[in-house]
Structure formats: structure tokens, C-alpha cells
Design a binder for this molecule. Sequence first.
Ligand code: NIG
Ligand code: FE
Length: 411
Amino acid sequence: MLLTNIKCLWGLRDQSLALRGVELAVLPCIENAYLRIEGEQVADFGPMQQLQHKERSGLTFDLSGQHVLPAWCDSHTHLVFAGSREQEFVDKIRGLTYAEIAQKGGGILHSAQNLQQTSSEILYEQAKQRLDGLKKLGTGAIEIKSGYGLTTEAEIKMLRVIQQLKKTAGIPIKATFLGAHAFPAAFKEDREGYIRLLIEEMLPVIARENLADYIDVFCEQGFFTPSETTQLLDAGRRFGLKAKLHANQLHNSGGVQVGVQAGAVSVDHLEHIGEEEIHLLAQHSTVATLLPSAAFFLRLPYPPARQLIEAGAAVAIASDFNPGSSPSGNMPLLVALACIQMRMLPEEAINAATFNGACAMEVQQEVGSIAVGKKANLIITQAMHSLAYLPYSFGTNLIESVILNGQFIPD
Ligand code: NIG
Ligand code: FE
């Protein structure tokens, strides 16, 4: 397949290190370009003049005026869940806080109750449907967490659903064990008991069946303390799982320090960080993953993206798709929010949502940028004058089509 007369071909890079600081503002491109796909991969690209000397074969698509970008890499989601929580949404409008809702037995525990009662077939079908919707918006790789099970049976059920999705989805998927998402009601007075269950009962099954790539903990006041988090990350490591962390969402809870110390691949959320945490993230390879749609939906302060970038941190953005704090996995909207609310430049936001997202789930050799031999996972926009028009036109779908594994996905 040959794409010709592309107004701008963006995100050309062949490297493995996440983009930090000023590097984020650079989105390498070729104007008036062609791109050739063979099988599932990018085979060749360059300026149109060079195409004149080459043999043309296969299907050709003229993309005059249109832009081509790498598909989004959404490195933090809770895509497998049962039911929805719009009642809480209304409660929040009436003034209840996220923590108050959690204390009332709502929140994560409410989703866990729903999930425990839902069959794996239904969970799979619903997640598959959500994923198909996200692909149409340009998502070409995704991380999915457990954490709405909170019993051995239900956590394993969730992880097996993710494993099933890995086999059928046709895009790279990473699975994260988030049994430490909340303390189930039965263990409210026995925190150690639940941590023992996670470490002694769940982790061995997960390792035996190879059900997860990462371990995550909700390190937050009222949820898991920094020392409980460290204990769980250590246990995860013994079972071969690297760390990704929910850190500093509601308070400056010490999560960033714990994550960096554990060599986490990423620390995510970061609504409540200060100079010390920014400095730490600037000094370490741990990716700072910001989830602007969760901050938007919960009316939290946005994470300090500018300060992180200016200090030299590796910043990614992800959707946090989940029924409680971000019931949307719309990456174009997220890119717009990053620009509008966090003052990220369009190039920075796109790098954060593609290449750095890929780094935050360690799939950057395969996806996240356009390079010969990488997967042909591409977004084709409608005709537009400049790239900034994409986040500027927030809420308008400017994605005309999406190519995954070298094939157009059906509308
Ligand atoms: O990433 N912060 C913890 N977990 C989710 C929200 C979970 C929920 O409310 O169901 C998040 O925002
Ligand atoms: Fe999350």
C-alpha cells in the first residue's frame, strides 16, 4: 500500500529512550511525503520527489492536504470493567468528593461488586467493544489494569480477560496487576490480611499463568501507604513484575519517591507534586504519566506538565479510561486538554501521547513512532493547514481514518 502527497508525515524517529525536557517539543516530519507499507510494517517513506525514481505498485491513496501521525499509545487504562457510575457523577455535581464517595462504599468498591457478578464472557465483549471504539479514534497500543476484582477469583478473571484481548485485539496490549487498588470491605480492619492475600495467593497464580506484565498500587491517603506500596512492589519484583504506580493523585502521598526508588517504569497521575518530586522525576528514567482527563472529570488541579518538562522529565499522557474518574479513552480530546489546560505545545502533547506513551509500556521498539520496520499503525487526519489545528478544534473528530497493522480499520 502506498500513501502519497501527504501534507506532513509526523513522528519520524528510531530510538529507544523516552523524550525528556526540550526533546518533547520536537516532532520530526517530512512535508509532501509518501509512505509505503508492506504487510504490517512501514517499508519506506520520504519526500514525494524521491518517489519519482521508485517503482510504484499496489494500492495508492492520495492524501493531499492530510497529515499522518503514529497511532496513539495509551499507557494507563482500566478498560475492563462492569457497569457504569453515573449516579456518583451526579453526586459529585451535588458536591460530594471522590474520597467521600469512596468512604460511602461507592467508587472502586462499587465497580468491584459489579465486576464480581459479571461473567468473563460479558466482560470480554464489553471491553472488546470499548477497544474497537478507541481504535477508531486512533489508539494503536494500550495498557490495561486489573483492580476491579479485589478477590483472587475476580482479579484472575479480569487478568484472563485482558489475556484474551491480547490474543484477539491485533494491537500491543500490556497487562497490569492492580489488586492493590482499594481495600475490600471484608479487609477494612485487616489491611495486612489483604496484603498477604495479594502477595501469597494472587501473585503466584499470576506469575504461573503469565497473566501480567506489571504491578501497580494506588498509593494514596485512605488507600495504600508508601510502606505498603513498597512491600507490594518488592513482592511483584520477586514474581518478575516491574512497577507502574498510581501516585500523588489526591495528596502529596510519597508515591513518586516510592516509585522512583523501585525503578518503576512510570508513575502516573501526579496532580499533587512539588519541587522535590519534579526534581526526582527529572533525574530518573521513570516516565511521568499525566492523566488530564481524570483531572478534568474530577475537577482536580492539573499536574504541572510545564514544570516537569522544563526540569527535564520524560512526560507521557494517557487516558486512565475507567468508570469512576475518566469514563472516556478519547486520545484526541486528551491531547487537546494537555494543550489547553496544561499548556503543553501540540508537538509535546503528541509526543507524550505516542512515543513516550509507548515507552511507558515498553513497546517503543514496535510502535509509537514512524520508522522503517515498525508497525504501520497510523492516524490519517482530514485535510488541515497545520498540526495545531488538531488540538485547537477540540471535540471535533478530525481523524479521517486509522491504519493498524498495515490495514485500514473499518468505520
Ligand atoms: O486512576 N485512582 C485510582 N484509580 C482510578 C479511579 C478508579 C475509580 O474511581 O474507579 C484512577 O483514577
Ligand atoms: Fe488509573
